[in-house]
Each structure stands twice: as C-alpha cells, then as structure tokens.
Design a protein around this ligand. Structure first.
Ligand SMILES: [Zn+2]
Length: 325
C-alpha cells in the first residue's frame, strides 16, 4: 500500500519533511575505529572533540544548512548517544541517523558465526537489528534510524558484502526506509548493487548510489539516473580522487542533460576521522563542510546550473527520497 511519509527521524526526533530545508546528503560527524582507538590512540579527547564538532556544525547552520544526513553505522564507529550530545548544542541542525553495516569484505567477527554465517538457511540477525533501529531506536535511546547504509568497494561482491546488501533490502521491505549504498564507480560496483537489490525487489527510486560523483563518466551516471536511482555527488573536497573541476563539470553536465532531479550534494566530510594520519589531512584542504557553499555552488552557477536546479539537489531531492514509500 502506498503511503506518504511526512516526517523524517532525526537525532532530535521526527521532523516534518517540509522542514528539512537545505540538506547535505552525506556528512559524518565522527568516523572512528573504536577498537583501535581504545588500544593505540591518544588522539581522542571526548570533551575536546565534541566541542570541535559543535563549532564546525554551527558554521554549517550559519551558511543556511538545516540538515545533514549522517550515514555512520557499524564499521564506522557509530555512537548515536555522542551525536545526541553534539546536537544538543546545535539544535538548529537536523542530523539524520542511519543503521546498517559498513564493510568492503567480510561481516564483522561478531556476526561471522551467527545466522547464515553459522548455518546456511538460518535467518540473518542483521535484518532484525536493522529493523529494530528503524522502528524502536538505536542503542536503547529511542533515536530512530531514517535509512539504511551499506557498502561495496574494490573487493566487489564478496559473500559478506552480499549478505549485508540482502539484509538491508529485507529490512527495507519491512520498514520502507530508503537505502544508501557506498560505491566505487571506477569498478561500476553499481551494477552489482542494481542486480542484488533488484533480486530482492527493491525499486531504484528508494536507492541512493553514494559516491558515484567520484566518476566523470557522465554517460554511465546518466544511465543510472534514467533508471530512477538517486546519485550521490557527495565527495566534494576529496580532490585527490577526482579534482574539483571534474566534479563540478560532471554535475553541471548531468543538469544540462536534465537529471537535476536525480542528484544530491555533499562532501562525505567529518569533524574528526581516525582513518587518516593527522599530518596528511592538509593534503585535502577543501575537504570540509563549507566547500560546497563557498566554492562549488558559485562554480555550478557559472557553468549554467540554475538556482532552481540547485534547490532540487539540496532541498527537493533529499526530501523526496525520505518521503517515498
Ligand atoms: Zn561516508
């Protein structure tokens, strides 16, 4: 039965979709490796990191961003209680939380010998856990996940990646919450995503193909847009993977071809990420939350992208993705 969703779950509770406003569709607050942090690192100072996050998110609010969609799940160090602490001090910003599992290869050891990992044919506990995050809340907080996140990268469709993709699809079938998939467009991982999710009965309009903006192949991206997928032009600032000029031109060309209703924008940035050696971070000077507003939008306008198209990418398309059932 088709129903219209009018609210999106956020860290601070449900928000009318009409109030999401300018939305960056893929931003982390923290990306952490808790086990390694606990064992090896002296970088983490809880009070300091929370205060830094508050400051960086306030700067986002000041340029007019009302919502960030945060796909931090198991595998990326999700702790929604910490995000709630941050959000308390930036109440003007909606932070949309996710559930799911982020792996390029195997499921975490915790799941290796549970469900179908223990005995083929057993139901996958991942499905029930993902559904619980959406319907009851995350980590016992009552904060509900608004969407699912999973990944496929250079290893391709491993057994672990396929298990997570299918679990996400089944949790989507139960809840209707949409699905964001991390991709490696250089390998066209999107083809496997389309096949597996298609076999599970997931419609493309519910699927955001994240990171496809890492590719300048406009013909390839146009085909996925044509099929109804939402395309994540969501790594602005990661210029070492694809330079600024090509990222902007790819979006501009997709808009010229009439696909502005299929695009969303973001940086895939974070306030703190422990995956990168701290003294190497200056090599990515544009990789921060304000790059789109400071640099990308002016350049898109200069290349003929209209304010209406920018509004679609930042406001209407995120809203529609969360509203569809
Ligand atoms: Zn990400």
């Amino acid at each position: 039965m088709a129903t219209t969703v009018t609210h999106v779950e956020t860290v601070r509770g449900p928000v009318p979709t009409s109030e999401l406003g300018v939305t960056l569709m893929h931003e982390h607050v923290f990306v952490l490796t808790p086990d390694s942090q606990n064992n090896w690192s002296d970088e983490w100072d809880e009070e300091e990191k929370v205060a830094e996050a508050v400051e960086k998110l306030r700067a986002l609010v000041e340029v007019g961003v009302r919502t960030i969609v945060d796909p931090t799940v198991d595998g990326l160090g999700r702790d929604v209680r910490r995000i709630a602490r941050v959000n308390e001090s930036v109440p003007e910003l909606n932070i949309v939380p996710a559930t799911g599992l982020y792996t390029y290869a195997d499921v975490p050891g915790f799941f290796a010998l549970r469900g179908p990992g223990a005995l083929p044919g057993l139901p996958d506990p991942l499905v029930e856990l993902f559904v619980r995050d959406v319907t009851e809340g995350i980590q016992g907080t009552g904060i509900k996940a608004a969407f699912f996140k999973c990944a496929i990268d250079h290893h391709g469709l491993t057994a672990g990646v396929e298990r997570v993709l299918r679990a996400v699809a089944q949790a989507h079938a139960e809840t209707g919450a949409p699905i964001m998939v991390h991709n490696r467009p250089a390998d066209d991982t999107m083809a496997e995503v389309r096949r597996v999710l298609g076999e599970e009965g997931v419609e493309p309009r519910h699927v955001l193909l994240a990171h496809v903006g890492d590719s300048p192949d406009v013909d390839l991206l146009s085909r996925y847009a044509e099929e109804g997928f939402l395309l994540g032009m969501d790594r602005f600032g990661i210029d070492a993977v694809l330079p600024f000029d090509q990222r902007v031109e790819t979006v501009a060309e997709l808009c010229r071809r009439g696909y502005s209703s299929r695009l969303v924008l973001a940086h895939d940035a974070s306030c703190y990420i422990d995956w990168i050696q701290p003294d190497l971070k200056p090599a990515l000077p544009n990789w921060h939350y304000l790059h789109i507003h400071n640099d990308v939008l002016p350049e898109l306008r200069a290349r003929g992208v209209t304010d209406e198209q920018i509004d679609e990418m930042l406001v209407a398309n995120p809203r529609a993705w969360f509203e569809r059932r």
